[in-house]
Design a binder for this molecule. Structure first.
Ligand SMILES: Cc1cc2nc3c(=O)[nH]c(=O)nc-3n(C[C@H](O)[C@H](O)[C@H](O)COP(=O)(O)OP(=O)(O)OC[C@H]3O[C@@H](n4cnc5c(N)ncnc54)[C@H](O)[C@@H]3O)c2cc1C
Length: 510
């Protein structure tokens, strides 16, 4: 999607009907203008006025026509909200600016944008929460921003939640809270559910209830040819299979997600930090975590922070059980070394999430992940501590962490959906953070350190990486993200996006 020059060709496997649809849809720019797209789509006068209001005088007729065709607003450089909406979470990619941001109000707007971009030979990208680690929701063309489509509706009689394609974690929090229900969600309130679920979705509920994508029951997606498809186990099941783990930016633009929610009661939340005896504490925590019941959701991190001496080892998480149950699980760890700080609280689920959640403001960051099977060896733990001890330093921090997996995640098999990483004990990752005050030389040193650390850990982990911690520097990234499911994903890509309209540097090729 970001490279306007990369063009695929229509594939033989495409149904004739679909081809005709594409030809009808891909009008030339002149035909789009002549057709008066806004009128053709049956839009009323207020939308014409509203859409144009934010355009600069010098905007070309094509952009004006697009603005006039949208129910939502088209933002162009100079508009008050443009800079904020254009900025990605990963600030190192913030210099890539779109020519226009279509703030879609509904599915018809998404169709209009897709049609307009293709008619005008304009690169396009979908943007939901903007939290792609690699800035893959930026473009130099048209950003199709679905974030205004963020309504979340829960049916109290069935517990089924229907979300707009642009809902964020915070919208899910707000809608689920009154019903004391939840889905598997992330910790950062600003992350888009679209990116989260389409790449899998990890969270503290995943061991008890499965990944976010495991709870997805149905979705609506607009394809490059303009068709809006309802996908589920019963309809377009091949596309539904692919969207659950490989959907972000690869096949179309999702406008709706339907989830099964589950009831939530009181949880024990915790954050404990150790400042010495790291290797022994790590071993003891790992032993506890790998034998823990599925009710435990936990992240372990070891952090080197600018301006602070030494390292800090922290566990953060929740237990769907009592404080006493947690203390019993932690007793062997406390016997090795009690934590230097500890916070443990028993709270109703959504109050507990306030302690666990992070704001996730934009920053400069590079994260590299690897899935782990079984326990990390003593050698691996020493390698983690030695690499963090040798961190060259930035103005912020470097962190190695793992998120505990297992439990209900393994109720599905690798081939059941595109998310292939089943049977793992943890997702590990190394996160490097810096600021603009860090010099290019410092960054070069830090990137070399990150590569060396990531490569050293390969000895102890699987070669697989988490597609939602998408990493522009990952070698053999398609195998690393999709493993044995890759050939089937390419078939789905050829079937639903044969001309490779949805593409970015690491997208699934046709
Ligand atoms: C601070 C932070 C915290 C995080 N926490 C977690 C976590 O707890 N659990 C976890 O699993 N992951 C987590 N992640 C990773 C996160 O899941 C991914 O970065 C995810 O892709 C972000 O989704 P988004 O919609 O916010 O991003 P975007 O940048 O908007 O989109 C990501 C990708 O999906 C595509 N896309 C966006 N919207 C649509 C759509 N409607 N239809 C089709 N494609 C679309 C984009 O084009 C892009 O390729 C976190 C990331 C950050 C930065």
């Amino acid at each position: 999607m970001q490279d306007a020059t990369r063009r695929g060709t229509a594939d033989n496997t495409l149904h004739e009907g679909s081809l005709q649809e594409i030809h009808r849809f891909a009008l030339s720019r002149r035909a789009f203008l002549r057709a008066g797209a806004g009128a053709a789509l049956g839009l009323g006068l207020p939308a014409w006025l509203g859409g144009c209001a934010s355009l600069p005088e010098h905007a070309s007729p094509a952009w004006k026509e697009l603005a006039a065709s949208l129910q939502g607003t088209l933002l162009m450089p100079g508009a008050a909200a443009f800079a904020k909406r254009a900025a990605p979470w990963a600030l190192q990619y913030a210099s890539t600016l779109p020519q226009g941001i279509a703030q879609c109000a509904d599915e018809a707007d998404v169709r209009t944008c897709l049609r307009w971009a293709q008619a005008n030979d304009m690169p396009l990208v979908a943007r939901s929460g903007g939290h792609s680690y690699a800035g893959y929701s930026t473009t130099t063309g048209l950003m199709i921003d679905v974030s205004a489509m963020h309504a979340v509706d829960i049916d109290p009689s069935t517990g089924i939640a229907t979300l707009g394609g642009g809902a964020r974690n915070r919208n899910v929090y707000a809608a689920c809270r009154p019903f004391s229900r939840a889905v598997t969600h992330g910790r950062c309130k600003e992350v888009g559910v679209a990116g989260l679920v389409l790449g899998g979705g990890i969270g503290f509920n995943m061991r008890l209830h499965g990944l976010t994508c495991d709870g997805l029951k149905a979705t609506r997606i607009v394809l490059a040819d303009g068709r809006a498809l309802a996908c589920s186990e019963r309809e377009h099941d091949d596309l539904f299979w692919a969207c659950r783990g490989a959907g972000g930016g690869n096949f179309g633009i999702h406008t709706e997600f339907t989830f099964e929610t589950f009831p939530v009661g009181e949880y024990t939340v915790f954050e404990l930090t150790w400042r010495d005896r790291f290797a022994e504490v790590f071993e003891a925590l790992q032993t506890m975590a790998l034998s823990a019941p599925d009710s435990l959701g936990m992240k372990l991190s070891v952090k080197a922070e600018a301006g602070k001496p030494g390292l800090a080892l922290t566990i953060l998480g929740q237990l769907a059980d009592s404080k006493d149950a947690l203390m019993a699980m932690l007793a062997p760890v406390f016997a090795v070394r009690p934590p230097s700080t500890s916070k443990i609280d028993a709270l109703p689920y959504w109050d507990a999430q306030e302690l666990l959640s992070e704001q996730g403001d934009p920053e400069f960051s590079h994260e590299r992940s690897r899935f782990v099977k079984g326990a990390l060896s003593t050698g691996a733990i020493h390698a983690i501590l030695a690499n963090l001890g040798a961190w060259p330093g930035t103005h912020v921090a470097a962190t190695w962490k793992f998120f505990l997996m297992g439990g209900r995640i393994d109720a599905k098999r690798p081939a059941d959906m595109a998310f292939v990483h089943r049977g793992c004990s943890m997702i590990s990752s190394i996160e490097l953070e810096w600021t603009e005050a860090d010099s290019p030389e410092t960054l070069t040193k830090n990137e070399a350190w990150l590569t060396g650390f990531h490569d050293a850990m390969a000895h102890y982990t699987t070669p697989y990486c988490y597609q939602n911690f998408i990493d522009p520097s990952q070698r053999d990234y398609l195998d690393a993200y999709y493993g044995e499911n890759l050939p089937r994903l390419r078939e789905v890509k050829r079937r639903y996006d044969p001309t490779d309209v949805f593409r970015y540097p690491q997208s699934i090729p046709v």
